[in-house]
Design a binder for this molecule. Structure first.
Ligand code: NDP
Length: 482
């Protein structure tokens, strides 16, 4: 008898999703053919082509913005908040009802494990619609003040929203729910590698009888996003993605009246003190960097561990990493799925090779990676110095850089030694130390004895090169109101 039990495969059926051979653009409440060419979206776990998707050109973006403007002027901005709320509640309920379908589709198109799309992405997306539905008729109580004539805050108009591939449906919810609650209409561009759940969401808008043009989805690559954010009739730009593209967008809209929120990259420190409950901290570090294959802007990609416990901590971390299961995203036992694209895999490989060349020690547990698809094993680098590129640049993969510190002041210095400032984690038994650290860490979110926890009522956003503006919570309304 073997001394460890093997997991039997527990695959989720993909029969629940109906992927069409090709998709058009969702403009004015209907699916229409684009004027541009099309592109393929693939399953990153198998490299199988899933569908042909229309690539919106400037004329298509123009049509989508015109549809959003017409819906804004004629219906949505005039509708009382309590009526808008009914649509948001309806969408939230349909997201729940079709949750399994959305989760399977997300895992197929993105590569993330089904247990994550099923238990995190889809429920949190629905929760965002429920949460903002509750605000739609209470905007005057959001603490954002009244205009001089005594009227309540007004919507901005048409929002152009561009989202990345790491949480396709969840980022869509973060963008669309507050925009609609505040009375704006939207044109959203999903990422090129993960358009399918946004297109299913378009069907959900139809199912919810959302007035045509309130939500428009234009698929495409960077050029489509560029045309959208630069469109003269867009009043608000909301972007989540890389710092580089965020900077380009900030330049493109400078000097216009467009309101902008940018959620960009991060290089978060997960800081473990010697008094932390060690196994709990190991779990938190694993969740911080290996959740969603490390494709997380707020990932805890730098472990700062107090020198006195570093050896023991690393031994336990390695043991835990040895139990992570990498493989089929649709298997309910899988912890780490596929890397989203060949390009992203190349980037992770390149930065990991640079880490080795700079002298850091590389370690991964033994694990068999599937022969096709894009895969990278969970990896840690020890002996990392602050000057190393793997300690400074966002790798956006399952790669952890380990540094040590001796005093709380040194931990603060090292944690803040980054151009980013999105999130941080603190592991300690002492409440006073948590407050000491939270006061000094330059990060939009500081988690204490937990990591990567998201709630629609809690604002999220960054400092410095991690962007500006907040999404989520009452603060998330601010970006969509005048
Ligand atoms: P991008 O910032 O390029 O992509 C984000 C979104 O912006 C996508 O929808 C993209 O379209 C679109 N886009 C690209 N160029 C422009 C432009 N000039 N104007 C308007 N929209 C544009 O991220 P990538 O997907 O290329 O990933 C690159 C790196 O960015 C990753 O390795 C990772 O380090 C980081 N990243 C960070 C994220 C975060 O949440 N902080 C999220 C995603 C990536 P398209 O998909 O077609 O490129």
């Amino acid at each position: 008898m073997p001394d460890i039990f093997e997991y039997a495969p527990a695959p989720e059926s993909r029969g629940i999703v109906d992927i069409k051979p090709s998709y058009g653009l969702f403009i004015g409440g209907d699916f229409v053919e684009g004027h541009g060419t099309s592109f393929k979206t693939v399953n990153p776990a198998t490299e199988e082509v899933l569908a042909e998707v229309a690539e919106a050109d400037a004329a298509d973006v123009d049509a989508a913005v015109a549809a959003a403007r017409a819906a804004y002027d004629s219906v949505w901005s005039r509708m009382p908040g309590r009526e808008r709320a009914k649509y948001l509640f309806r969408i939230a309920r349909i997201l729940q009802e079709r949750g399994r379908e959305l989760a399977v589709l997300e895992s197929i198109d993105n590569g993330k494990p089904i247990k994550e799309s099923r238990d995190v992405d889809v429920p949190t997306a629905a929760a965002h619609f429920f949460y903002y539905a509750g605000w739609a008729d209470k905007l005057e109580h959001a603490g954002l003040g009244r205009r001089q004539d005594g009227s309540v805050p007004r919507p901005l108009g048409v929002a152009g929203q561009v989202i990345p591939w790491n949480f396709p449906l969840l980022m869509l919810a973060w963008k669309i729910a507050p925009a609609l609650a505040c009375g704006n209409t939207v044109v959203l561009k999903p990422a090129e590698t993960t358009p399918l759940t946004a297109l299913l969401f378009a069907e959900i808008c139809q199912q919810a009888d959302l007035p045509p043009g309130v939500v428009n989805i234009v698929t495409g690559a960077g050029a489509t996003g560029q045309a959208l954010v630069a469109h003269p009739d867009v009043d608000k730009v909301a972007f989540t993605g890389s710092t580089e593209v965020g900077k380009a967008i900030a330049r493109a809209v400078a000097g216009t009246s467009k309101k902008v929120t940018l959620e960009l990259g991060g290089k978060a420190a997960n800081i473990v003190f010697d008094d932390a409950p060690i196994d709990q901290a190991v779990e938190g570090v694993v969740n911080g960097i290996f959740f969603n294959q490390g494709h997380v802007c707020c990932a805890g990609s730098r472990l700062l561990v107090q020198e006195s416990v570093a050896e023991e901590f690393l031994a336990r971390l390695k043991r835990r990493m040895g139990t992570l299961r990498v493989g089929d995203p649709l298997d309910k036992n899988t912890d780490i799925g596929a890397i989203n694209s060949a390009e992203q895999l190349a980037k992770i490989r390149e930065l990991s090779a640079i880490g080795e060349a700079e002298g850091a020690g590389r370690w991964s547990p033994a694990c068999d990676l599937p022969a096709t698809g894009y895969w990278f094993p969970p990896t840690i680098f020890t002996g990392v110095s602050q000057a190393h590129r793997i300690a400074r640049e966002e790798i956006f993969g399952p790669v952890l850089s380990v540094l040590t510190f001796r005093t709380p002041a040194e931990a603060v210095e090292k944690a803040n030694n980054t151009p980013f400032g999105l999130s941080a984690g603190v592991w300690t038994e002492k409440g006073s130390r948590i407050l000491f650290m939270a006061d000094r860490l330059r990060a939009g979110v500081v988690w204490a004895n937990t990591f990567n926890k998201f709630d629609p009522a809690s604002p999220f956003g960054g400092y410095q090169e991690s962007g500006y503006g907040r999404e989520g919570g009452r603060h998330g309304l601010e970006g969509y109101l005048r």
